[in-house]
Design a binder for this molecule. Structure first.
Ligand code: PHE
Length: 455
């Protein structure tokens, strides 16, 4: 199978570019917005423990599987199946990846749009002083126009980067934005330790209360692990098709998981001390949690020196947009690469189609917080449905198919060649990887599904 760097498809230019672009895909609103929301809704510490288990034993091996499928086939999520398993029905995992990528990008852009608005509010000094931030948020999201305008703007930004291509667009911007984001998160987490509710927040985060464990919570933890690491829908397969021959797949996957988990836990360390320091905000406040608590943190943290609060809050939201962008471009790239590789479409045209579809679906998601609030099915609106179907169904199912394929069906010579870079790297962890991909990942997903079904 062709693993050379020739051909007209793009390539990441450097090793650090590979890790930062993949970590850029992984680190995003999933860590800073979705993780605290899920932790809050699912009772805290016990959820985190289960989450970490899923990251290590499920998401990490599946990430390696996706990496080696992408680099081996040098194709997108559907193309990879065509090359590696011609004629196999497993290709449904590829098509499901395309669909899931579009659905995720649609609801993701809504939250990214909120972040854009909060950046503007912060820059305009409108997030300062004592205010009821819960109603500020509520009034904003239920407005029919404003969130839609910001979501469209966010998608246009994503489009603009994707059109520029792999090295000059995706890699360049990821390299720039990721380190900055990490820095600011560390500073804020450091501050959160000194807030009055720090102890209660830390207890909530790290003291597991297993009475809260239900099959639903376990499914949520699995979904969150997949979502946060961008696995199961071929996003990383697509990215790894741009990897070079020298890229160390296992260690890259390990670095990405480590960075992603650190950012998620640190976001918890920022948000929960704040939640427990502010009256009237509860941990299970849902999607608005970070938009309601963070303005309090910035105000409280820097009340002695408001200018610092201003700088930090503006910078934070700005960087959150950048983190969201490095993820949204990776979701966008799933379908854009599919259209260019499989239909010979020009990149520009393919990207336009993807952006347009996501805009339409994204607007539906956004309206489900405002004028369409009444339209629900089983108590969930469009936004919640998109989130539920992708994280709790498509991603785990995709991960199951991918791990079964790599563990049981892909020629093991090729798997080994990819993991050892054609025999030039030691194979120490090969056995562990193989065991996880063959048994642990597929059985883990199946058990969680069955358990949820019969609960
Ligand atoms: N992992 C990203 C985040 O945490 C979201 C994402 C999901 C990105 C699926 C790409 C594919 O925000």
């Amino acid at each position: 199978m062709d693993a050379s760097n020739s051909g007209k498809r793009g390539n990441f230019g450097s090793r650090i570019g590979v890790v930062l672009a993949s970590a850029g895909s992984a680190v995003g609103l999933g860590n800073i917005w979705r993780f605290p929301t899920e932790v809050g809704n699912n009772g805290g510490g016990a959820f985190i423990l289960v989450y970490l288990g899923f990251v290590l034993f499920l998401a990490l091996p599946v990430m390696v599987c996706e990496f080696l499928m992408g680099r081996s086939s040098r194709s997108n999520t559907v193309g990879a199946w065509k090359v590696l398993a011609p004629g196999s029905p497993m290709i449904v995992a590829g098509y499901m990846g395309i669909l899931a990528g579009i659905l995720i990008l649609s609801f993701y852009s809504v939250v990214a749009g909120w972040t854009l608005d909060y950046t503007c509010l912060s820059l305009a000094h409108r997030l300062t002083g004592e205010q009821d931030y819960a109603s500020v948020f509520q009034v904003f999201v239920s407005n029919p126009w404003k969130p839609v305008a910001f979501l469209v703007l966010f998608l246009l930004l994503t489009h603009w980067i994707v059109v520029r291509g792999v090295e000059r667009g995706i890699e360049r911007y990821s390299k720039l934005m990721m380190p900055l984001l990490l820095l600011i998160i560390v500073v804020l987490a450091g501050y959160a330790w000194t807030m009055p509710g720090a102890k209660a927040g830390l207890t909530f985060l790290f003291h597991p209360d297993f009475s809260k464990m239900t099959p639903g919570v376990v499914l949520s933890a699995m979904g969150q692990a997949m979502f946060s690491l961008s696995v199961g829908i071929g996003c990383l397969t697509t990215y790894s098709s741009y990897f070079r021959k020298e890229t160390h797949l296992m260690s890259s996957a390990f670095s990405v998981c480590l960075i992603d988990t650190l950012v998620a836990v640190m976001s918890g360390l920022i948000i929960f001390p704040a939640v427990f320091s502010v009256q009237g905000v509860s941990a299970d406040a849902g999607p608005g949690l970070v938009f309601i608590t963070l303005p309090y943190v910035f105000n409280a943290a820097f009340s002695g020196l408001p200018i610092l609060g201003y700088v930090f809050s503006s910078l934070f939201y700005l960087l959150l947009i950048l983190a969201a962008l490095t993820s949204s471009i990776s979701m966008h790239e799933i379908s854009t690469a599919f259209l260019t590789d499989n239909y010979g479409m020009q990149r520009r045209r393919a990207a336009r189609i993807v952006t347009a579809v996501c805009m339409i679906l994204g607007i539906c998601c956004s309206l489900s917080f405002g004028p369409w609030r009444e339209y629900t099915l089983l108590g969930m609106g469009v936004f919640d449905w998109f989130d539920y179907v992708t994280a709790k169904f498509c991603m785990p199912l995709g991960a199951l198919i991918i791990s079964v394929f790599v563990g049981w069906m892909m020629p093991q010579d090729e798997v080994k060649a990819q993991l050892t870079n054609w025999g030039t790297l030691p194979v120490r962890l090969y056995g562990v990887f193989r065991f996880l991909a063959r048994w642990v990942a597929p059985l883990g997903v199946t058990i969680v599904f069955i358990n949820e079904l019969f609960s």
